[in-house]
Design a protein around this ligand. Structure first.
Ligand SMILES: NC(=O)c1ccc[n+]([C@@H]2O[C@H](COP(=O)([O-])OP(=O)(O)OC[C@H]3O[C@@H](n4cnc5c(N)ncnc54)[C@H](O)[C@@H]3O)[C@@H](O)[C@H]2O)c1
Length: 337
């Protein structure tokens, strides 16, 4: 099949593209290569993708809606997997307009491109952040998500609502995926595992918020990729019987799922796994809770399992080990260049 993947130089986009290319699909990747984090890391991911003859990269900003529409209508994509976004909760307090640009205008441009090209299925990234102030765990997809605690979360919730309006108005099949703390090789430098590894190896202190009293439903990248590929082949049908829809489904061609491990880990335990793999103790700098953060995340994965038959498989010990091995070999290579 022919896929359009937005955010292809990003962590999840790169890993997804690589798997699709290994399976001999044709992939067009777009990314604006922004400087939110190390552009060298994004370029290294892209260098790997460009070794595949059936991959094509277009340096493009998703807010350039005219070019997005031309791209979608001129190429015959079977699937659009939309992952490009301004990610990160804390940065949304510093630079809120970056979120309005990429996550609202950019998302709209992708919706427009998909509807004009009559794309068979748009799969897009939402986030566990949409659960905001809720304290009902595990997070079932049908609990209300009306109280986000960061602008990032508010834009991701908006993405779901915008997708619903396009599914309703234009019969565009859309599936939103609420990802839960994704980690693994080629991961993001602004996320905990990357920051902790870097600091521990450099004998620098690590910042631990809410005195470590936080838990996260860490989900390994390979489990996310497998989930995205499986769900992209399950096109939401119209369901006229569903006149009083739950929030994650609708009478329209619209679905939402959690993709998470379903097994939250205390931050302190996560750090202990990392310390034992690195053979070094972290210097811990305990800090209060950060604005925009939530205490816990935990995915209810039953809906996702019932449609895909898939549950995440990779344990924290295996996943963190894979990350550490990648980190050490990648940065040894980079430092020798
Ligand atoms: N990694 C996680 O734990 C996590 C959790 C929940 C949701 N998500 C969502 O999953 C998606 C992928 O996340 P990621 O971790 O791979 O992040 P990432 O930052 O590594 O990847 C996003 C990519 O999109 C690109 N991009 C950003 N704005 C763009 C624009 N306007 N035009 C074109 N390209 C643009 C960036 O350059 C980057 O390469 C995002 O939508 C993110 O919000 C991620």
């Amino acid at each position: 099949m022919k896929y359009l993947v937005t955010g292809s130089a990003g962590f999840i986009g790169f890993s997804l593209c690589q798997r699709l290319l290994e399976n001999w699909h044709e992939v067009v990747g777009i990314d604006n290569m922004n400087s939110y984090y190390d552009q060298g890391l994004k370029q290294s991911r892209l260098d790997i993708l460009e070794q595949y003859s059936h991959f094509r990269f277009i340096h493009l900003d998703i807010t350039d809606y005219e070019k997005i529409i031309v791209l979608c209508t001129q190429e015959d994509f079977d699937r659009v997997i939309h992952l490009a976004a301004q990610a990160g909760v804390r940065y949304s307090l510093k630079n809120p307009f970056a979120y309005a640009d990429s996550n609202l205008n950019g998302h709209l441009a992708i919706l427009e491109g998909c509807r004009k090209a009559k794309i068979k299925h748009l799969v897009y990234a939402s986030s566990s952040a949409v659960y905001g102030m809720t304290d009902q765990t595990p997070f079932n997809q049908n609990i209300p998500t009306d109280h986000p605690v960061s602008l990032y979360a508010a834009t991701k919730k908006s993405n779901e609502l915008m997708a619903h309006s396009y599914s309703y108005l234009y019969q565009l099949p859309t599936t939103g995926l609420r990802f839960f703390s994704v980690y693994g090789p080629w991961g993001r430098p602004d996320m905990a595992l990357f920051k902790f590894t870097k600091a521990i190896l450099a004998n620098e202190p690590i910042d631990i918020y809410n005195n470590g009293n936080l838990s996260r439903d860490f989900t390994f990248i390979d489990d996310i990729v497998e989930g995205v590929i499986r769900i992209s082949d399950i096109i939401p049908p119209m369901n006229l019987k569903n006149r009083l829809p739950a929030s994650t489904s609708s009478s329209e061609y619209y679905r939402l799922y959690n993709i998470g491990n379903g097994q939250p880990v205390q931050l302190i335990d996560f750090i202990a796994v990392l310390e034992s793999l690195l053979g070094k103790q972290a210097i811990k700098n305990f800090l209060p809770m950060q604005p925009g953060d939530v205490y816990t995340t935990c995915a209810d994965t039953e809906d996702f399992f019932s449609v895909t038959g898939y549950r995440p498989q990779v344990s924290i010990e295996k996943g963190v080990k894979a990350f550490v091995e990648w980190y050490q070999s990648y940065y040894e290579l980079v430092s020798n260049l």
